[in-house]
Design a protein around this ligand. Structure first.
Ligand code: SF4
Ligand code: SF4
Length: 430
């Protein structure tokens, strides 16, 4: 539920909704075709997977020579195309499209190896399972020798508004979460586990026997940087992430995937997400990873008009996608459809110096000053003088901006460009 305050007088109060507001889970049939995305840039010459290759459900598909990047097929079928997919800021991804066969056959490589619940097995087979962010799965973090994780935070609350994935997983499969935590502790040797609960979850989580802390009901309290500050009393330095100071975050869905994988001997391939329709009503959906959004819309008889907007992710931190066939990925927690008439206007009005963005920012960035530099493309000055890297990417500044400035997009774009420039410089310096 979103309650807008009188702008300028109070911070807006954006409340995480309750799970009870979401109806029961709808299973989407297996589509005719799925697409798996990897955040490796597309390189046709070195791609190991060729057109017409046959794949089984649950089969690990290594992508490139001399690389350990992989995806896991969520269906049985034949590779119908391999291509480059361009995401936010022109980022290149590798897209593998698979035409689904009539009969499903499950790959048994993981079943054989699942007797060994080691960190290597988790890293080598479960980085693409539901709940893992694309390209940066926590299961890889735990084996990164530079990180030295000493605390694991299991997020049972959902970080963005309208999303109910983690809460649904906890409610429907608490045993898998418990099993996943026990496997993770044994595999990593990390015994300090903190479970982050939302309102109403304390009782069911206390049965697991780990530490449980509750975030408050107001956005953005369930974002990792605020959990670090408010619950763990640790400050993450600007430009760093919790793992840089020894804290590994993992979602309840990803933990449950680990629990289920080793109990059943099969890699989980079904993603739980919230579908938010044009009228704001919500449905909880279960779909194979790679299912095109359009198959989900068809299952609900939803017709899109030209210029309607599709957002993958929550309303505050999600991104627009430009195709109805954009596929569900392991980290797709929501798909939101906005009617073209309800899309907030991005204006070219100048900043009015109202100060609302500064008042609302949870880390007290002088957003009005920052945005002036970002608009002019002065990214380094923005980082040096106005704390660009302290931004925790909550999106509240864009939400309150009376001039409709795309502040959040400016911030993300600046961080991306600076990241690219730093990587290029490091490469050039050898
Ligand atoms: S997105 Fe905006 S409000 Fe949120 S932390 Fe960054 S600058 Fe502050
Ligand atoms: S950027 Fe928007 S919210 Fe911030 S001071 Fe300017 S007009 Fe106000």
């Amino acid at each position: 539920m979103i309650k807008r305050s009188f702008i300028g007088l109070l911070k807006p109060r954006l409340e995480y909704g309750s799970l009870e507001e979401t109806p029961s889970l709808k299973q989407i049939p297996i589509p005719k075709e799925i697409t798996l995305l990897s955040n490796c840039p597309f390189d046709k010459k070195n791609l190991l997977l060729k057109k017409k290759a046959t794949v089984k459900t649950g089969q690990k598909l290594l992508l490139y020579k001399e690389s350990d990047e992989y995806v896991v097929s969520s269906v049985t079928g034949q590779v119908s195309s391999t291509s480059s997919y361009t995401g936010d800021f022109g980022r290149s991804y590798t897209a593998i499209t698979i035409e689904v066969a009539d009969d499903e056959e499950v790959d048994d490589e993981f079943k054989d190896i699942s007797k060994d619940a080691s960190l290597e097995t988790i890293k080598n087979f479960l980085a693409f399972s539901p709940g893992n962010p694309l390209g940066n799965p926590p299961v890889k973090l735990f084996v990164d020798k530079d990180k030295s994780i000493s605390t694991i935070v299991v997020c049972c609350a959902d970080s963005d508004l309208l999303i109910t994935t983690n809460r649904h997983v906890v409610k429907s499969d608490i045993d898998a979460v418990k099993e996943g935590i026990s496997i993770l502790k044994a595999a990593t040797g990390v015994n300090d586990v903190v479970m982050i609960a939302s309102h109403g979850q304390m009782h069911e989580l206390s049965a697991i026997g780990e530490k449980v802390s509750q975030v408050n009901d107001t956005y953005p309290s369930a974002l990792p940087h605020l959990i670090m500050k408010d619950i763990l009393s640790k400050v993450v330095p600007a430009g760093k992430n919790p793992e840089d100071i020894g804290v590994g975050f993992i979602s309840a869905e990803a933990v449950a995937s680990i629990g289920k994988a080793f109990s059943n001997g099969q890699i989980p391939l079904t993603k739980i997400l919230t579908l938010v329709k044009k009228d704001g009503s919500k449905s909880l959906v279960s779909a194979r990873i790679g299912t095109p959004a359009n198959d989900i819309f068809n299952a609900f008889n939803i017709t899109l008009n030209e210029d309607d907007r599709i957002i993958f992710g929550g309303p505050m931190t999600g991104s627009s996608v430009y195709s109805e066939n954009h596929p569900v990925q392991p980290d797709t927690d929501a798909i939101i459809i906005q009617d073209r008439d309800d899309i907030p206007v991005i204006s070219d009005y100048p900043c009015t110096n109202c100060g609302d963005c500064l008042r609302v920012c949870p880390v007290n960035i002088q957003v009005g000053m920052l945005v002036r530099l970002l608009e002019g493309g002065h990214y380094e000055e923005a980082a040096d003088q106005y704390d660009l890297y302290s931004c925790i990417e909550c999106g509240l500044c864009s939400y309150v901006c009376v001039s409709g400035m795309p502040i959040f997009q400016y911030i993300r774009s600046a961080k991306y460009e600076l990241g690219r420039a730093n990587t290029a410089e490091a490469t050039n310096n050898g």
